[in-house]
Design a protein around this ligand. Structure first.
Ligand code: NDP
Length: 301
């Protein structure tokens, strides 16, 4: 395999650092001009190790951009009522502009019911049905962080997306569907593929933009990618890597990276692509939420 030209790689880590710098500058302005410090509360229930890593990163990066960062760790046996009560307390707290309940929640808790308890204007994950509805109808809600990050990377690389053929592989509520909606809003012609799609390879071959959000290691093959297409790989899959030593593992995306990179004009790596952008967009959403809750136009910052 020939080495991949660096200019094909969409560096999500560097882009996320730029987004965080912009957020930090906005926070400084909000403090100076309005005496407003945006606040994000993260609630985690139980001790899922992957969730704990995500939450630690979110809490650290929130503080680094100058925002108020509040962190509630609740035990795994927390009742639904106690969790809902905590969310209601945060809904009523004027210092908190964004609330994030880390998913997945323990099995005895109804995730949807908890998400619906967050007031939509503080739902910085953009998972509340009001926010999904606003996204679907062209309103101004909170946009889910992962698709928002993907769209920002696409626009940064391609400029105007109008008229491009895009395929989103995956139709989850948190990635696939909002991603398709954002691409539609950007005037792409969008195909949404899923586990029942016939001739997936041919569908992908027709696309100028491929967003893979499946959760299956390297499922989208390199030779499915149209020459010159732009590929955004949302998947994060840990696979065994005996070549690195006994018991070792590594992360791969949903796309067969090296083979896809041969044909694509641009592609996100895993890790270092979409992942870092997700947290950066969470911080951006919190600033947007703080502005809206205080009658400030976030675009005016
Ligand atoms: P879900 O499991 O909720 O959805 C997966 C989707 O893929 C479903 O719509 C499913 O179709 C579809 N699918 C499954 N198998 C196939 C197949 N063989 N062919 C075509 N489509 C298929 O996953 P998420 O959307 O939550 O996450 C997707 C991936 O993105 C995961 O790897 C996850 O870890 C990663 N992720 C990364 C984030 C980041 O920050 N980088 C954030 C969020 C997720 P169907 O509906 O028919 O079952």
């Amino acid at each position: 395999m020939t080495s991949i030209p660096q200019d094909k790689i969409i560096d999500g880590k560097a882009f996320a650092a730029k987004v965080r710098e912009g957020v930090a500058a906005d926070v400084t302005k909000l403090k100076a001009s309005h005496g407003l410090t945006p606040g994000l509360a993260v609630v985690i229930v139980g001790e899922d190790p992957a969730s704990q890593v995500y939450v630690r990163n979110k809490v650290k990066q929130t503080a680094e951009v100058g925002m108020l960062s509040v962190h509630h760790e609740l035990p795994a046996d927390t009742t639904q009522e106690a969790l809902v009560a905590k969310v209601r307390e945060l809904n009523a707290d004027p210092a908190i502009h964004g609330i994030l309940v880390q998913l997945p929640l323990p099995k005895h808790i109804d995730e949807a019911a908890v998400i619906e308890t967050i007031v939509p204007e503080k739902d910085v994950d953009g998972f509340h049905v009001v926010n999904s509805g606003l996204l679907a109808t062209g309103g101004k809600g909170m946009v889910p962080c992962t698709p928002l990050g993907c769209l920002m990377m696409l626009k940064d690389r391609l400029g105007d997306l109008s008229g491009k053929k895009a395929i989103v592989v995956g139709r989850s509520n948190i990635v696939g569907k909002p991603m398709a909606q954002l691409l539609l809003d950007a005037n792409c012609t969008v195909t949404i593929a899923h586990s029942r799609t016939a001739n997936l390879a041919d569908e992908v071959r027709a696309a100028d933009i491929v967003v893979a959000a499946v959760g299956r290691p390297e499922m989208v093959k390199g030779d499915w990618i149209k020459e010159g297409a732009t590929v955004i790989d949302v998947g994060i899959n840990r696979i065994d890597a005996p070549e690195l030593g006994e018991g070792k593992s590594r992360l791969v995306g949903d796309v067969e990276f090296a083979a896809a990179a041969d044909r694509a004009s641009a592609i996100t790596p895993v890790p270092g692509g979409v992942g870092p952008m997700t947290i950066a967009c969470l911080l951006k959403n919190t600033v947007t939420a703080a502005c809206r809750q205080n009658g400030i136009d976030p675009e005016s910052l």
